[in-house]
Design a protein around this ligand. Sequence first.
Ligand SMILES: CC(C)(COP(=O)(O)OP(=O)(O)OC[C@H]1O[C@@H](n2cnc3c(N)ncnc32)[C@H](O)[C@@H]1OP(=O)(O)O)[C@@H](O)C(=O)NCCC(=O)NCCS
Length: 158
Amino acid sequence: MRTDPEVRRCTDRDLVALEAGEPPSSGIARHFLSEQAAGNIVFAAAWRDQQLLGTVVLDFHSEDAPELKHLYVHEGFRGAGAGTAMCRWIEAQAVRSGFGKLYLGVGVDNPGARRLYQRLGFTFAGRTTTATYQYVDHNGRKQWATETDDILEKTLSG
Ligand SMILES: CC(C)(COP(=O)(O)OP(=O)(O)OC[C@H]1O[C@@H](n2cnc3c(N)ncnc32)[C@H](O)[C@@H]1OP(=O)(O)O)[C@@H](O)C(=O)NCCC(=O)NCCS
């Protein structure tokens, strides 16, 4: 029988597993752990039987705050509840931190993720943003991307 994913806050002890799942030299997990230590974000991951399934961030200082960001489930583990479990864990974390609302941005070209968020009760907040940002691709090369996101929101009940 397959166990449910366990979601918990990341610590320095998770660094080796987290770095194994990210593009080479991207420093993503190290950056998120240091932002978490500064109190700016919560950085969490979903695990099953010591296997890292995916990660997520709760950002306290983004334009629409608090914001669920960077939800990612590794290919091969999708469609098995890890994304849902991480969203629910982040919602509970936002409530514990005293917030009554949670925001997120979903790419206008990402209907799969939008379906997941709608199933969880998120609705369109009436704003669409476009941002250009740099990221590290799976070969460790820096690339630029432009993404247009619809902002979704959910009222939280404690
Ligand atoms: C979107 C994502 C986080 C969902 O994680 P997940 O663990 O597969 O989600 P769950 O198993 O909890 O829920 C499955 C739901 O996710 C959605 N989904 C999106 N992409 C999916 C995929 N490749 N495989 C399965 N489900 C997917 C579906 O709506 C599905 O719901 P349905 O069964 O009612 O159709 C994951 O597909 C992913 O990491 N995608 C790439 C990164 C991304 O798009 N992140 C979101 C940024 S806003």
